[in-house]
Design a protein around this ligand. Structure first.
Ligand code: 5RP
Length: 297
C-alpha cells in the first residue's frame, strides 16, 4: 500500500489497537439543522479531542472546526438530496478532489444506496471516487444502508458492504445487525458501525460493545453522542469501549461518574489548559495490565 494512503488510514484506524472512534457531524447535508446539531461549532468544540477523526462536510469544516486542530477530517463529498425531497438516494459527488486536498482530508466519505432507484449512479460514483482519490493516496469510506425503506438485516448489509468493498472502498460504514459477524467476514475491508437514532445511553454503549465484538473496527457515532444530555461523558464512555477494552457496565459506570462530576470548572481565559492542548492520541495506550483504561484519551 502506498505510504500516503497507509498514513492517512492509520490516522483513522489507530494502528496501536486497530480501532477507530469517529464522531459523525455530517447530518446537516441532508437533514439541515437537525436536533441538537443546530450549532455545530458549539457541539464539535468540546468533543473534538475525544474522537480519532471527525466526519464532516466541507461547509461545516470551514466554518465550525478550528484549522489548528490535529484531529483528522473525514470529509463527506456526496450529497444533493434532502429529507423533504423526492428521493434521498439521488446523490452525486459534490466536492472536487482539489478542494478535499485543500481541506487536508484524511479520507473521503460518500454514500451508496444499494437496492434503491439510484443504486447504479451511487455505486458508479464510488468507483470513480476511489480511482480519483487513490491517485493522491486518499482513502475512501463508503457509507451504506442509510434510508428508511432499506432492510438492515445481515443479508442486505452483507450485500451492500461487499459491493462497496468491490468498488475499492477502503473502509465501509454500515449498521449493526443480528449475525453481524457474517457481514464482517464477507467484507474484505474494515467495517465501522453507525450509531443510528438516539437510544438510551446504556443501549448505545451496548451497541458499541457488540459492534466491536462482532469484528467492527469501531463506531462512527453522531446522534447518540451529541443528542445525549451529556455528550462529553458519552463520547468518553464510548471511547472506553473502543480503545480501553471496557465492557458495557464499566463504560456505563464511567458515563454516570462523569455526569455526576459535572462539567469541569471553566478556564477563565478560555484558552485550553496545558493538559487539554496536548495532542494525546498518537501515543499508544499505556495499559499493560490489559484492564480497561476508560477515562483518558
Ligand atoms: C448520514 C451519516 C451519518 O454520519 C451516520 O448516520 C452516523 O451518524 P449517527 O450515529 O447519528 O447515525 O453518514 O448519512
Amino acid at each position: 500500500m502506498d505510504w500516503g494512503l497507509q498514513n492517512r488510514l492509520s490516522q483513522i484506524i489507530k494502528p496501536q489497537d486497530n480501532r477507530a472512534l469517529m464522531l459523525a457531524v455530517d447530518h446537516g447535508y441532508f437533514l439541515g439543522p437537525t436536533e441538537k446539531l443546530e450549532n455545530p461549532k458549539n457541539v464539535i468544540a468540546p468533543l473534538l479531542k475525544y474522537c480519532d477523526s471527525l466526519m464532516v462536510t466541507r461547509g461545516i469544516q470551514r466554518t465550525c472546526v478550528p484549522a489548528t486542530t490535529n484531529t483528522p477530517m473525514v470529509l463527506r463529498v456526496s450529497g444533493g438530496s434532502s429529507i423533504i425531497g423526492e428521493d434521498l438516494s439521488q446523490e452525486d459527488i459534490t466536492v472536487s478532489i482539489q478542494d478535499a486536498i485543500r481541506l487536508n482530508a484524511s479520507a473521503l466519505a460518500m454514500s451508496i444506496f444499494v437496492g434503491s432507484k439510484y443504486e447504479y449512479q451511487t455505486v458508479v460514483n464510488l468507483g470513480k471516487l476511489v480511482s480519483k482519490a487513490q491517485k493522491y493516496g486518499i482513502p475512501v469510506l463508503a457509507v451504506t444502508a442509510v434510508g428508511k425503506e432499506l432492510g438492515k438485516d445481515e443479508r442486505y448489509l452483507s450485500l451492500a458492504c461487499r459491493i462497496a468493498a468491490e468498488q475499492g472502498a477502503h473502509i465501509v460504514k454500515t449498521y449493526y445487525c443480528e449475525n453481524f459477524e457474517k457481514v464482517v467476514q464477507s467484507c474484505p475491508v474494515p467495517i465501522i458501525v453507525a450509531g443510528g437514532k438516539k437510544i438510551p445511553e446504556r443501549d448505545a454503549l451496548q451497541l458499541t460493545y457488540n459492534s466491536i465484538k462482532g469484528g467492527a473496527v469501531g463506531v462512527d457515532m453522531g446522534r447518540n453522542i451529541w443528542q445525549s444530555e451529556h455528550p462529553v461523558a458519552m463520547i468518553r464512555a464510548v471511547r472506553s469501549i473502543v480503545h480501553g477494552n471496557a465492557n458495557v457496565d464499566q463504560a456505563y459506570d464511567l458515563y454516570k461518574k462523569l455526569v455526576s462530576e459535572g462539567p469541569k470548572k471553566k478556564n477563565k481565559s478560555n484558552k485550553p489548559t496545558l493538559k487539554e492542548s496536548k495532542k494525546p492520541e498518537n501515543k499508544p495506550t499505556q495499559n499493560k495490565s490489559n484492564k480497561p483504561n476508560p477515562t483518558k484519551k
